[in-house]
Design a protein around this ligand. Sequence first.
Ligand code: OAD
Ligand code: ZN
Length: 250
Amino acid sequence: MLSHAAKILARSRFAIAFTGAGISAESGVPTFRGFNGLWKRYRPEELATPEAFQMNPNLVWEFYRWRMKKILEAKPNPAHYSLAELERLGIIKAVITQNVDDLHREAGTRNLVELHGNIFRVKCTSCDYRENLKEGGRVNEFVESRELPKCPRCGSPLRPDVVWFGETLPKDALEKAFNLAERADVVLVIGTSGVVYPAAYIPYIVKEHGGRVIEVNVERSGITPIADVFLRGKAGEILPKILELVRELR
Ligand code: OAD
Ligand code: ZN
């Protein structure tokens, strides 16, 4: 199965990757639907919404500071690095991710499409002010603070620049992702439950256009029924093996 997947990738014309929380699980970032997805007694669906923020912005910020802290402690794992290397080899043309954790970028992926935003960016709830906390060197200040962050331009509360339940995805990212999916002859789907739309359309679009779907997951997902190759196992173990086989085949 592994060698079959490697062959498909090595012979591909335009392969892309589509990733979810499972690729960062081995880095210590909690997934959404797993056992460790809980913070205090809340499910993410209760906190990652515009309504929750409206009702209790301090609680939502506390949750995001906890996630930011977890992510700051996390390092990319061999799965992230293998994808970046497959891009350098010219095999993978882009990585489309649902993750907000920045680990693909840290691992060296260049052509990255972030469908659900980035946890290290904030935006104003009233005006169009946006800020990248990492680039501005303000991440630690944000994580340590207990106050409701305010927009320096208009004074309204700032919020994380991530997509919440019930919100639409950033238009440019979604368009770019759909275009890539239409062009792709192979999609490597890694660590996603494949139940959150529109992101989960990506593999279906590739399939509809005649492309092939290779999936890596520790269990079956919403994508598995259309997978041409399903590789059961941990992303951090399987991806380096695929990379090695692809290298041998080139
Ligand atoms: P989920 O938490 O729904 O799914 C994680 C997937 O990773 C599951 O299918 C696991 O079986 C798999 N998995 C866990 N550990 C793995 C490992 N070591 N190797 C390979 N696979 C592993 O996360 P997503 O599918 O990313 O949206 O969730 C999609 C979206 O739902 C998220 O982006 C988020 C959430 O609501 C927003 O925040 C808008
Ligand atoms: Zn503002």
